[in-house]
Design a protein around this ligand. Structure first.
Ligand code: PFF
Length: 444
């Protein structure tokens, strides 16, 4: 068993909240949420999404915090300590999912670095055709894509290798406020453009005819991915939180910050896209093809382009750090490796595993009809994360509820409804909802 007395810790509650929100806020909010919402009925999707975040996501996050704080270790070790050996596979599944996600996440993270540099030197495309051609040429160039992927992984490694307090917490405490500020500035710019109203209507006008099983699964997958739950990331961060700190209010604040950023990202993107007459349903290409063209038409656009892509770099780095942390924590806590060795080996291995994803968009490397990158995303986000979330909910609700009740109590008093509501959700509501949505909506 590992030595749990000298574990690194977050230095403050706000550091913990910003680091966890940093994990949650990422490409999922700024790149994925707006186009998934745009494709799935706008406000109807946003509404269902928020419902799932607070009614299912937050209870699962709390379940992870309970296991992490009590288990004082990585997902595998924590589960063994609090629930017994039989539950170790749930932790192992989370670590495998983290490896899969980090492998492709670093690829897209690399794109954000490339786009920030292009924005700085003023060489982003000026219309959809030229931006599309540039994106196409970029993803077809393996040296460029892999080079930026390596740079992104190096940045992630350099922070995580420094530890929790000196690395992750310090970085997030400085850069998360920068991210919030940039996002607000961009949203104000976007919604005050002439012609923005049409974009707001597209984004926010509910179309309930789009509500069906696969749309709700899309919302659930998005919620789990966006909150970084179901695979032990929040468990691991929770294990570094001082026992004297509360967990219920931070969980709420993290869910709130995450939803707020996703929602505002839509307010940045759609009004601007409509104001300049671009196509809103551009899917994943929205960020990397449509937006450069939008910025080139906007007064002061080059500055806003730099701000936007820099914001994406920060958002994705703080998320990839949490993934590298969970995987490395396993080797540190369970295998007794040093942090330096664990982070270096894991970052290098995951980088290599990401190479097929990196070249899959340009070279047609497919897995059963999906690009390798999309296939990895699908397996991790739509399969492992919901199943892992169900596992954590069932475990905490049925077996660890006494522990949870103790962990929930804090000096300022948690409303008395929270614990019973949490328990009903974990024992019954979340497993049934996740199971039902999973079965009815799972389509490759
Ligand atoms: N939550 C991150 C995002 O929205 O981009 C991605 C992510 C990070 C997913 C960490 C899962 C995870 F464990």
């Amino acid at each position: 068993m590992s030595d749990v007395t000298n574990r690194d810790q977050f230095g403050s509650r706000i550091g913990f909240i910003l680091a966890s929100a940093g994990s949650a806020v990422g490409l999922g909010n700024i790149w994925r949420f707006p186009f998934v919402a745009g494709e799935n009925g706008g406000a109807a999707f946003v509404f269902i999404y928020l419902l799932l975040v607070f009614c299912i996501g937050m209870p699962v996050m709390l379940a992870e915090f309970v296991v992490g704080r009590r288990g004082q270790g990585d997902p595998v070790g924590s589960l063994r300590r609090v629930a017994g050996k039989a539950f170790m596979p749930l932790g192992a599944m989370g670590i495998i999912a983290s490896i899969i996600i980090l492998s492709f996440y670093a690829v897209v993270g690399g794109w954000t670095i490339k786009y920030t540099l292009d924005a700085v030197i003023g060489s982003l495309g000026t219309d959809v055709a030229s931006a599309g051609a540039m994106f196409g040429a970029f993803v077809k160039n393996p040296f460029a894509v892999i080079g930026y992927q390596a740079l992104f992984m190096l940045g992630t490694y350099m922070v995580v290798a420094r530890g929790i307090g000196n690395g992750i917490e310090k970085f997030c405490t400085i850069f998360m406020p920068v991210l919030f500020l940039l996002l607000i500035v961009l949203a104000v710019r976007s919604v005050t453009l002439p012609g923005a109203a049409e974009g707001l209507a597209f984004y926010l006008k509910p179309d309930f005819s789009k509500v069906n099983g696969s749309m709700v699964l899309a919302a659930l997958g998005q919620a789990f991915f966006s909150l970084s739950i179901g695979i032990g990331v929040m468990l691991t961060y929770g294990s570094y939180l001082n026992k004297a700190e509360p967990i219920v209010s931070p969980a709420f604040q993290i869910c709130f910050l995450d939803s707020f950023v996703a929602f505002i990202a839509g307010l940045v993107i759609f009004p601007a896209v409509f104001a300049f007459g671009f196509e809103p349903g551009a899917g994943p290409g929205l960020t990397f093809v449509t937006l450069p063209a939008v910025f080139s038409k906007m007064p002061g656009g080059s500055i806003f382009a730099i701000a936007f892509f820099f914001l994406l770099v920060i958002a994705s780095l703080t998320s990839s750090m949490s993934l590298l942390e969970v995987i490395s924590a396993y080797f540190v806590d369970e295998r007794r490796w040093s942090r330096k060795k664990a982070t270096l080996v894991v970052a290098s291995f995951t980088f290599l595993l990401g190479v097929p994803s990196a070249i899959s968009l340009g070279g047609g490397l497919n897995l059963f009809g999906k690009s390798f990158l999309d296939a990895m995303d699908f397996i991790a986000s739509n399969v492992i994360m919901p199943l892992g979330g169900m596992g954590f909910a069932l475990l905490a609700g049925w077996l660890l509820h006494t522990m949870a009740r103790e962990e929930f109590s804090d000096a300022h008093g948690v409303p008395s409804i929270i614990y019973p509501a949490w328990r009903v959700i974990c024992c019954v509501v979340a497993p049934i909802a996740i199971g039902w949505i999973f079965i009815s909506g799972l389509k490759w």
